[in-house]
Design a protein around this ligand. Structure first.
Ligand code: SAM
Length: 265
């Protein structure tokens, strides 16, 4: 069985669905397919398990190394947090944790991710400089008000219950603690057709060549194309009890940075 066939509900390239009006509409969207939340969660879990060893190489190839600049810019915004640990949620292979260790020396940094294989790559890179938690953002094994900051880079669109994840993050953050999100967004209108062409044809082809898993990269592209604009993320953050303090477009809106703070109750 090829790796492609392990992912349910991923047919040939279809027209994208209309953009969701709320983040939770993502719960049943697997790329352009409608699936149950359980199928979506399982598909995403097996997808990251299957591409973990090639994930970093693929990121460099797909973005021409640009994701590194975006991540540096993202981490440079992380400051003025209360005392205490910082969790890199959906931390994957540890890119953001590595940058946080440099940006905030002496801070306790923890990588949280449900994929054992993505975490294994992070552990190999960062060893005991960080700690690691195998968990979903929707269900943290931590007490309330125990975390001073959370970063979330290119993980949000993979969550099956984004609102629940935000509510959990609001629960574990200390008052004054902040959630920093870096995620794909909707590019400015003039750029959209060129970007769509590149994303829908070139990225799955590179993915097939490097990982042998065209289906995984087709999902990634479809999930990028179907991710809602900044305002929809802001609304979900505010509903979860976090106050949006900053948003910023990255590269004409291809990505965006969102910063939200837990205010005193
Ligand atoms: N943050 C890393 C980066 O910027 O390179 C990795 C991003 S990778 C595209 C997405 C990560 O989200 C994967 O490691 C995956 O296992 C994780 N993920 C998927 N569903 C998740 C969930 N419900 N909660 C937390 N992490 C999740």
């Amino acid at each position: 069985m090829s790796q492609d066939t392990q992912i349910q509900g991923s047919p040939d390239m279809a027209e994208p669905n209309p953009l969701p009006c709320t983040l939770d509409e993502l719960s049943t969207a697997f790329g352009t397919q409608n699936v149950t939340p359980e199928t979506r969660q399982n598909n995403i879990r097996s997808l990251f398990q299957s591409i973990a060893s090639r994930y970093d190489l693929m990121n460099d190839l797909m973005s021409g190394g640009m994701h590194r600049l975006w991540k540096q810019r993202f981490v440079s915004r992380v400051k003025d947090l209360p005392e205490g640990p910082i969790y890199d949620v959906a931390g994957g292979t540890g890119d953001i944790a590595k940058l946080l260790l440099t940006q905030l020396p002496g801070r306790e940094i923890c990588v949280l991710d449900p994929s054992s294989k993505m975490l294994a790559v992070a552990k190999e890179r960062l060893g005991e400089k960080c700690s690691y938690v195998e968990a979903q953002a929707e269900d943290w094994p931590l007490p309330a008000s125990s975390v001073s900051g959370a970063t979330l880079s290119f993980g949000l669109r993979n969550f099956t219950r984004p609102s629940l994840a935000f509510t959990e993050i609001a629960r574990v953050l200390k008052p004054g603690g902040r959630l920093h999100i870096l995620e794909f967004s909707q590019p400015d209108a003039w750029l959209a057709p060129f970007y769509r062409f590149y994303a829908r044809l070139v990225i799955p082809a590179i993915g097939a060549l490097v990982t042998g898993n065209r289906g995984a990269y087709r999902y990634l592209v479809e999930s990028i194309a179907g991710f809602p604009p900044i305002e929809v993320v802001s609304e979900a953050l505010e509903i979860s009890g976090l106050e949006v303090v900053h948003t910023e477009k990255v590269l004409f809106g291809i990505a965006a940075i969102h910063i939200a703070e837990k205010v005193d109750a």
